[in-house]
Design a protein around this ligand. Sequence first.
Ligand code: ZN
Ligand code: ZN
Length: 421
Amino acid sequence: MFKYLAGASVLALMTSGAVLAQDHDHDHEDVTLYRVFVGDHAAPRVTVVDLEAHEHEEEGHDHDHEESETWTFDTTGQVKLFGIAGGSVVAAVQSDNDAVHFFKSGISFEDHGDHSDIAVTAPSAIDTVLTGPRPFHLVDHGGSVIINYDRGGYAEILDGHHLSHGEVEVTRLPQSEPHHGFVARLGDHWLSTVGTPAPAEGQEALPRPGLQEVTIAGQPVGDLATCTAIHGEAFSGAYLAAGCKEGVLTATAGEGGVVYNMLEYSADLPQGVTTGTLLGSTGIQVFLGNYGPKGLVVVDPVDAPHFRYIELPFRRVDFVLDPAKPAEGYVLTEDGTLHRINLLEAAITGSAKVTDAYSMDGHWNDPRPRIAMAGDDIVMTDPNAGVLRIIEATTLEEEDTIKVEGKPYNLTVVGGSGVQH
Ligand code: ZN
Ligand code: ZN
C-alpha cells in the first residue's frame, strides 16, 4: 500500500485545487479560478484563457458561459509550458530556439492557516528571457527551478520565490558533458545526469550511464548511481525517480547522504521496453510511468510489487495524474479515447471517446492533443480542431470547448481555490 502524503506541500495542493476555502464569520467570497496557458504548434505564441468555475453539483444547471478572458504573448518559437513556483509563474521552454520565456500567471495564494487567500491579476510577461544552447528538461522542486541546456553542458538554477516576484537570476551548474539530461535538487543535494563524450566519427554514442551527486560547482560527490540511458524524472513524497534500461532508479536524502535504489523491472512486465517518462503523485507516494507504446506502469518506490503494468487498447498520446484525487490518472490513446486509471488497482476504470483519432505514427512532435488537470476537469488541446476541450473528470464527458487560434498544442494550467476578503 502506498504511503499517503499528509505533509504534501500546501502549494502543491493549492495549485491542484484540492484546498477548499473554509467557512468564515467575516465578509468573504470563495473564488475558484483556473488559467490555461497554451502554446501553438507552429506559431511562436502563448495564449492564456481563464476557465470559469463549473458547478457540477447543481442539477439542471445550464452552463451558460460568459466569454472567457484571453491574452496572447509572443515567444521565439514553439513552447513547452511549466507552471512553476506554486503556479505563480509559467515557464515557456523553447528547445529548438534556445530560449526560455517566463510569465507571471497573475494568480497567487497566501496561506492564512485555515484557508488561503487568492489574488488574481492579468497575466504578464517577465522581461528577462534566458537564452542558451537547447534548453530542455525543467525540474521545479525544493524551491529551485532548474533548466538543463542539452548542448551547453550546464544547467541553470533559479530561485522559485524570487521568480514569483519576477526576478530572473541564474546560477550555472557545469556538467561533465553536454547531454539530454536533468539536474534536480533533493534536499541539500544537487543531482545531475551524466553524459558521455561525443563519439568518434562512425561510432555510436554510448548511453548516459546514470545519476551523480555534484556540488553546485559541478564537482562529483560520491559514486555514480548506474541508470543506463537515464531519462524522465519525477518526485513523489521523499523520492526522486528516473527511468533506466535496468529499471527505475530512486533517490532519497538520507542522514549520511543520498541513498539510491534500483528497482529492476520484474519478469512479469512486457520485455524489451523501458520507462522513460514518469509522473509523481502529490497525495500518495507513487509514480506513473510509460512502459512501451501501449502501456503504463504504476511504480511503488517502497513496497513490492514495485511495478504493476496497465495495458492500453491503443498507443498512448499523453497522460496526467489528478492532484485532487491522488489515486487517479488519465491517459489519452491514439483512437481519441480518454481513459481513467486507478493507481491503487492499476486498472482502467472508465473510458470515453473525446476527440478524433490522432495516430502515433510519425514524429513525436507532430501536432497531437495534450492533457492537463484543472480541478475537477481535464483540459485537452485538440490541435486539428483548434479548440481546448474541457472534460469533466468524474464522467469523462465534455462540458465545454474554447476556440483557440492556430493549432493549440502544449499546455499548463495554474490556479485553484481561495478566499477574497
Ligand atoms: Zn484570509
Ligand atoms: Zn527528455
